[in-house]
Structures are given as C-alpha cells and as structure tokens.
Design a protein around this ligand. Sequence first.
Ligand code: FAD
Length: 458
Amino acid sequence: NDASTVFDLVILGGGSGGYAAALRAAQLGLDVALIEKNKLGGTCLHNGCIPTKALLHAGEIADQARESEQFGVKTTFDGIDMAGVHKYKDDVIAGLYKGLQGLVASRKITYVTGEGRVSSPTTVDVNGERYTGRHLLLATGSVPKSLPGLNIDGDRIISSDHALVLDRVPKSAIVLGGGVIGVEFASAWKSFGADITIIEGLPHLAPLEDENSSKILERAFRKRGIKFNLGTFFQKAEYTADGVKVTLADGKEFEAELLLVAVGRGPVSQGLGYEEAGVALDRGYVLVDEYMQTNVPTISAVGDLVPTLQLAHVGFAEGILVAERLAGLKAVPIDYDGVPRVTYCHPEVASVGITEAKAKELYGADKVVTLKYNLAGNGKSKILKTAGEIKLVQVRDGAVVGVHMVGDRMGEQVGEAQLIYNWEALPAEVAQLIHAHPTQSEALGEAHLALAGKPLHS
Ligand code: FAD
C-alpha cells in the first residue's frame, strides 16, 4: 500500500494506544496506515514504563547487594556504573522494539515514519503525501508538563525524559511532584545512592491512591531516608553556583544538584489540525465518548491524548476498543475504576477499584466496611523481608469495591485483585479459593478469609 490507497484506518501516533489499535485492526482484516514521527512504541517503550522499570530493577539489585548480609550473604557493594545500567536498560528496550517492529510488519500494516498533520476529517498529511482513511485515529500521546516560570533546561532542571538518560547518579536531587513518576524516580535514585527530597503540594505522596497506601508509602520512604515536604506548593526555582534552589509558597527553601520536574503530562494536540477538522478539545485533551469517538464521526482518539487514565494498558485497551468497533464487533466501554494501577517504587503501591473515601461518598459512610491485612502475617513476605499491607474496601455484605496494596512485588498481585473486583466476587467466594503457600498471593486470599469472617493468620 502507498498514499494513494484509501485505508480503513489511518492512525496518527505509534505509541501504546496507536500501535495496539493498528495491530488489532489489521488482525481483523482492516487496511491500516500507522504514522509515527519518532519511534514505534512511543513513550511507554522508549521514555516511560519500560526504561523506568529497568532503572528501578537495577536499584533493587543495588539495595539487595547492600543489604545482603541480613540474609547471610556476603557481598561488597562498589557503587553504580551508570553506563552499565543504561546498557541493560537499552538492551531491554531494543529487544522489545525489535519484536514490536516485527509484529507491525507481519500484520501488513503500512508504517510511515514522519510528522503527520490532520488535513480533513478523513486525511492526514505526512512527508508531502496525503493519506486517506475512512476513519482516523488520533493517538499523539503526551509530553512532560512544566509550571509557570520553570524552565526545563535539560541540564539542572530536567524532565523524566532527561532523567532516563542521565549519565551519572546525582549527588542530590529535588523531585517536584509526588505522583507516580516522581516517586518512581525518587525511589530508583535513592537506591542508586542519591540524596532525595520530594516536594508535593497535596497532603500525601501518591495522592490519587487510598490514603492508607500513601501513609504506608510515606513511612517506608522515611525509613529509606527519602525526604519529602507535603502540603505546600512550589513557588520558584533559581540556579545556585552548582545546582538549583527551590522555594515553596511558605518560604521554605531546598537546594540540590538537580531538580526533576514530575508534575504530570499534557496532551500533544496543538498545531496538528485537530481543531481545524472540527474536533472538540478541552484544555488540550481530545474529548471522546465511551467508545473513544470524537464529535467528528470519522475521528476517534485514544491514550494520553484523551482525558482518561494516563496508563499504557489503558491506551492498549482503548486502541483495541476502537479497532473492534470499526471492524463491526460489539465494543464494550471501559470501566476505568476496574483498571489496575501500579506505582513501581520500593515498596510498590498497587490498587484496583475505588478508595475508601470514594466508596463512602458513593454508598454512605455507614455502608462501607474495610479490612486491613498486614504482610507481617504472610510467610513469603517475611522471607523476602518486605513490609506492607493489603486493604479491602467492601460495601457491606456485598462485593469488594477497592483493593489497595503496598509492599514489594504487589504489582504482580494486582491481577487477581482485578479479577475479584471486575467479577464482583463476594469475600466468601474468594475465601473458597485455595492460595498456594507460601506465596505473596496468599495475603490477598487471607485478607478475604478475614473479611468473610474466618481469618487464618490474622
Ligand atoms: P505515547 O506513548 O506518548 O505515543 C504517542 C506517539 O505519537 C509518540 O510516539 C509520538 O512520537 C507520536 N506522535 C506525536 N505527534 C505526532 C505527529 N504529529 N505525527 C506522528 N507521530 C506523532 N504507564 C503504565 O501503564 N505503566 C507504567 O509503568 C508507566 N510508567 C511511566 C513512566 C514514565 C516516566 C512516563 C513518562 C510514563 C509512564 N507511563 C506508564 C505512561 C505511559 O507511558 C503512557 O500512558 C502511554 O505511553 C500512552 O500511550 P499513547 O499511545 O497515548 O502515547
């Protein structure tokens, strides 16, 4: 196929949302063009999920090396070789990138490298050519946001993009923003040996999580020596002789070698012809209905570009939904509360469903029951020397509407929590399921045993 073909679907942006839509649409027999200006895989593969998890894993190994004595293993920790860490991280990315390129080629997707611009409700212009589609999918993602007066110079004041390729471990860093991205870098850099201070304007780290999870995370970070200042907003940043000084609204000052700005990500939607094609935007986000369709009948949008959860697996799901709808299959709207969320710091924070506060708001405080299961009662967590807690939020006598977990590797447990939540299983039903001993998954089973009124190790 070339530009003269009329495609069933022309996709702008080859990140999680765009490529998932392309792969599924092609699988369903649609003729697809996928336009990407940079690298197939987008933020998640090259500047997001995958590289950060590689850094965090390297940090975990550093922590284990430092702490191995408590397991009776003698090692000497000689520090971090950042070039080696990058090689490991880049090898992981390269392997996945190659696999993804192979998939796109094998599904006969017309892949175009270049910066595209929507020129009408059914066309995208790229490299001087016009690609026509019966439908267009906008999937141009997001980029790091900044704050007024804050100049991300890529040197002393950096974004996550710069942090991922930093050639050294900073001696000290201020992390502006205690959300997912901020706490993950804080955690990895601390493991690498940096002195870290997180600045968060809201009252808690991981402020979107259940307050209980945030408090446990704060306790764990304090124990690790990660400093943080909560509840006061940033005012300004200035260069010092050899670093950066940050001043908060209450006058408090912090100094460090580096300032990482992790205050969220904003949609990439300007100058791309979206508004000219009639697409409605809100604060830069493309507005869509529950089937990811914009107000223009031929144009859909997915991923970080739309105002839903900014997660790769949400982008995948939204992309697949669009592909299936356009192929004439029955499309099922996404229940965003049922999407698992993981913050991969040490310890990990994982959740699915709603928080206790939200449940009380929705169902009334007297209807909401909570159960906390401390990982101290879980054999495998004891062996791993990981502390943490699982909290269940139940609407009285009904299904569990929220599962909130903190502890190393809890991200790997959230899959079961997700099934329990999405299948609206009752605690008594989950309590019937036998969990393998000793595993960390047992903790979720035991929490349900306790909620069903028959606690075993709690
Ligand atoms: P993107 O992945 O941003 O892809 C958009 C693509 O569009 C890009 O490749 C871009 O080059 C291309 N593009 C833009 N404009 C044009 C144009 N005009 N023409 C052609 N191409 C264009 N999510 C998780 O689920 N788990 C995690 O652990 C996680 N960790 C993260 C860590 C960090 C540091 C960051 C920054 C993000 C993380 N995320 C994580 C979020 C995840 O990366 C995003 O939700 C996901 O990448 C969104 O996919 P997308 O397709 O909407 O956008």
